[in-house]
Design a protein. Structure first.
Length: 161
């Protein structure tokens, strides 16, 4: 193994290990978020959102670090560049296998996040229905039959205090 490879392989191993830990943490957070979203605790929803944001920021920094390493070593950018870098730094393929494991974890995170997004969409729909009832008129759709956005929502004076 060349001296440069000997220096790069441990750095990639560290990045992939940190990413794996971060994705594991995100998966657990998203699972907890699912349960929190099914309740009505606004403070808990805010707190878990803050934790998720922190976790995603950490993963984003790792991705930027990996991208910078690919560019610095003239492998380019993108998925193909990373795969070339992993193959160059570790001809035995251990780094590539770790990367594939991380990709599977990321897919699971995306699936849970999509499910959580569906929960939020259902709750938002319920809130919009309740607001329409309070207004005394049906809520117009956000978009009409043509792709024009409705800007004027039905407003009604509900009284004064």
């Amino acid at each position: 193994m060349s001296p440069q490879r000997a220096q790069i392989a441990p750095a990639l191993q560290r990045m992939l290990a940190e990413e794996s830990a971060g994705l594991g943490e995100l998966e657990a957070l998203l699972g907890r978020e699912t349960h929190v979203l099914q309740g009505e605790d606004v403070a808990a929803i805010h707190a878990i959102g803050t934790e998720r944001h922190r976790c995603v920021e950490r993963l984003t920094r790792l991705d930027a670090e990996r991208t910078d390493l690919c560019r610095m070593l003239s492998f380019g950018t993108g998925l193909a560049a990373l795969e070339r870098l992993l193959a160059w730094a570790d001809p035995e393929g251990q780094l590539g296998a770790r990367w594939q494991t991380n990709l599977q974890l990321a897919r699971r995170c995306r699936e849970i996040n999509d499910r959580n997004g569906a929960i939020v969409a259902v709750k938002l729909g319920r809130v919009q229905q309740r607001l329409a009832l309070l207004r005394g008129s049906p809520m117009p759709p956000v978009y009409g039959p043509r792709p024009l956005r409705h800007t004027a929502l039905a407003a009604r004076d509900l009284g004064s205090a």
